[in-house]
Design a protein around this ligand. Structure first.
Ligand SMILES: [Cu+2]
Length: 161
């Protein structure tokens, strides 16, 4: 029974991780994507293209910012520091992708991320994401650990054209 559960869990993680990671592939991959209209129109950025750094502080179950303004086509370095006493995530994705990722994290609450668009940040730790924004305005950041976004640990990117 145990091994069957582990196998099932592994398949679930693989399937979900692929779905979430699809967010990182950029506009060229949209054709094969199953999310419909809401797909993150962005991709991992190159550090050489970074002209702006945005610092995000996590304290007491929340981010210190609720809206981050970016320009379409801009590459931004996010430096995320966790001043809380428990781990949190900072992830960049469309609304639909975040919902999907939250459902996965409910099944696998201990799963950790060091992906191009989502990182797990331990207490007192700082991590970075370099992200190149596309033109799509449906881009949000949130902590998708169980219950966190639902309690308000989420915010929007305002993509300026
Ligand atoms: Cu959190």
């Amino acid at each position: 029974m145990l091994s069957r559960f582990v196998l099932f869990a592994a398949i679930l993680v693989l399937a979900s991780a692929q779905a979430f990671r699809a967010a990182a592939h950029g506009p060229d991959d949209h054709g094969g994507h199953a999310h419909g209209a809401t797909v993150t129109d962005g991709q991992p950025g190159s550090p050489a293209d970074v002209k702006r750094t945005v610092r995000v502080l996590i304290r007491k179950d929340d981010f210190d910012v609720k809206t981050i303004q970016v320009r379409a086509g801009e590459t931004v370095r996010f430096v995320i520091t966790n001043d809380d006493l428990e781990p949190h995530e900072f992830g960049i994705a469309s609304h639909a992708e975040h919902l999907e990722h939250r459902a996965m994290m409910k099944q696998m609450p201990n799963m950790r991320h060091d992906d191009p668009n989502v990182v797990t940040v331990d207490p007192s730790q700082t991590k970075e994401i370099v992200w190149h924004f596309g033109k799509n305005t449906d881009v949000e950041f949130s902590c998708d650990l169980p219950g966190h976004a639902e309690r308000g640990m989420a915010g929007n990117f305002r993509v300026m054209h």
